[in-house]
Design a binder for this molecule. Structure first.
Ligand SMILES: N[C@@H](CCC(=O)N[C@@H](CS)C(=O)NCC(=O)O)C(=O)O
Length: 217
């Protein structure tokens, strides 16, 4: 049995989508981040950084923070679901490329945009606004790279004809960047992919469970 610490719309949305697509039984444990429930000693014992998500895999006596690590663990535990190409294959290498790009480049930049005060020692609004604006420019460039990847793969997915967990990661990053000056849907291939993903029954169920707009991004 899996248990996922989550808060609607946060990074936990990625493994929530993966678990639903896998069709595996899981339990959601909601943390109210507005009330600081992710900073309790009990939760920090699971993740010293006090960040969501954390996955508990009872079957393996495993406590696993970090979104990308959780995604990799889940797709490897359930290879029959085909949410990632087989390890060692050329396609798996491309899967790694986009997973790492999404987590350590796109997601990191979104955090700079969302929490600019954590990226400067100058606690004034002008410094935060400058950091936010620069992050939005870079995010626009990253979305262009993803649009190019869809052109190169032939689409509709990042791995061409193969739907995989990196598309679900991309969906959440697109959701988080939907408010920037040049949002993901300004790019035709990304717009088509987002429509394809939000049409999926599992994605709709997750959006409803988290109380999110079914369009998500
Ligand atoms: N590298 C971590 C980052 C996780 C993260 O930033 N989680 C955010 C939610 S999107 C969080 O828990 N924020 C609470 C806070 O910063 O106080 C991962 O990918 O799991």
């Amino acid at each position: 049995m899996y248990r996922l610490y989550h808060h609607p719309g946060k990074a936990s949305l990625v493994p929530h989508l993966v678990l639903e697509e896998l069709g595996q039984p899981f339990e959601l444990i909601s943390l109210d981040t507005d009330r600081g429930e992710h900073h309790t000693p009990a939760f920090r014992a699971l993740n010293p950084r006090g960040l969501i998500p954390v996955l508990i895999d009872d079957g393996q006596d495993l406590v696993l923070p970090e979104t990308a690590a959780i995604v990799l663990h889940l797709v490897d535990r359930h290879p029959e679901a085909g949410l990632a190409p087989p390890p060692g294959s050329r396609e798996r290498a491309i899967f790694y490329r986009w997973l790492v790009f999404l987590t350590n480049t796109v997601q990191a930049e979104v955090l700079a945009m969302a929490y600019p005060d954590r990226h400067t020692t100058q606690q004034d609004e002008a410094a935060s606004a400058a950091i936010r604006a620069a992050a939005q420019v870079r995010l626009g460039e990253f979305l262009d790279i993803l649009e190019g990847a869809l052109a190169e793969s032939g689409g509709p997915y990042l791995l061409g004809g193969l739907f995989s967990a990196v598309d679900l990661y991309l969906l959440v990053m697109a959701r988080w960047t939907r408010g920037i000056p040049r949002p993901p849907r300004d790019r035709p291939r990304l717009a088509d992919l987002l429509d394809t993903l939000t049409d999926r029954a599992a994605v709709r169920r997750v959006a409803e469970r988290e109380g999110l707009d079914p369009r998500l991004a």
